[in-house]
Ligand binder design. Structure first.
Ligand code: PAF
Length: 280
């Protein structure tokens, strides 16, 4: 596995592989890899891609009161996992390699970035889009893999790619869950055992909604959301939002159908967690 620190090294490697007719698959991450990331790499490998992973904790997507400094980092562990997953290359740039000291350009997908997560984390998605646009320009992949776990991020990146004519297919991959049902996330390590038990209420609420849709044919979004909120409020956590939305534009829907999703966020102590149910 090639370990690359400079943009020029990535470009050189990609040119070499493309001249051998390789399809370039790209998995952007902020490291502290978990099963969710590994499933993206597995999908890229199964698709036959020369698979490049990036590890960069992007300061632009953290608000001033968020966890940028304490975001979990362990490069040695990540490299070991990447080798085991047969990733072909990893790009680990420094902050200076990614952003010059006078960086003034930002990419913002308006409207979609202001809803749901965006209303709790202003500026977050502009940070995500800016770093992804840069990474896409550096790696120039044919495909980029994103998890449904961060559904709003996936939808916004897909929109950015369409609006700005990036020649990249965005490939969505299903959420990976830990044994107890918690959606895999690098931030799960922040949870104490007691908080973890409480955190499970979000996946439990989504599971109940899924059962109501599947087995009781309930499609009334208000009814489903009410039931989900009732479950979440029975636990000692802060419900930030639970909404049924159209996946294309994140507008609220009245009825659940194909291409809608139920997106939720809770706060357990200081830890924010998101999860969702996607009807693709
Ligand atoms: O999902 C993430 O880990 C990040 O938001 C991403 C896409 C790597 C951009 O920094």
């Amino acid at each position: 596995m090639e370990i690359l620190k400079k943009k020029s090294q990535v470009r050189e490697l990609v040119n070499k592989e493309r001249s051998k007719k390789q399809i370039i698959g790209f998995v952007p991450t902020m490291g502290y890899l978990h099963q969710g990331h590994l499933s993206l790499i597995k999908k890229a490998k199964n698709d036959g891609c020369f698979t490049i992973v990036s590890i960069f904790v992007n300061p632009l997507q953290f608000g001033p009161s968020e966890d940028f400094q304490r975001y979990p980092r362990d490069t040695e562990r990540d490299l070991k996992l990447l080798k085991e997953a047969n990733a072909d290359a990893v790009f680990i740039p420094s902050d200076e390699e990614m952003y010059n000291s006078n960086h003034l350009t930002f990419v913002n997908v308006s409207k979609l970035s202001e809803k749901l997560e965006g209303s709790f984390r202003p500026g977050h998605f502009a940070g995500v889009c800016t770093v992804c646009a840069k990474l896409f320009n550096i790696v120039q992949p044919d495909r980029a893999y994103f998890g449904w776990k961060d559904a709003q991020q996936l939808i916004i990146i897909r929109k950015m790619v369409r609006d700005l004519d990036f020649n990249i297919s965005i490939v969505p991959v299903a959420t990976v869950r830990e044994e107890d049902g918690l959606a895999a996330s690098s931030r799960n390590v922040y949870l104490s055992p007691d908080q973890r038990k409480k955190a499970l209420v979000l996946s439990r609420a989504l599971q109940k909604i899924e059962q109501m849709i599947k087995f009781e044919s309930v499609i009334d979004a208000n009814l489903l959301i009410e039931e989900g909120k009732k479950i979440i409020k029975s636990e000692d956590v802060e419900l930030q939002y639970l909404e049924a939305v159209e996946l294309e534009n994140l507008e609220r829907v009245e009825k659940i159908r194909k291409n809608t999703g139920i997106l939720g966020a809770i706060k357990v102590g200081n830890v924010r967690l998101i999860d969702n149910l996607i009807m693709e």
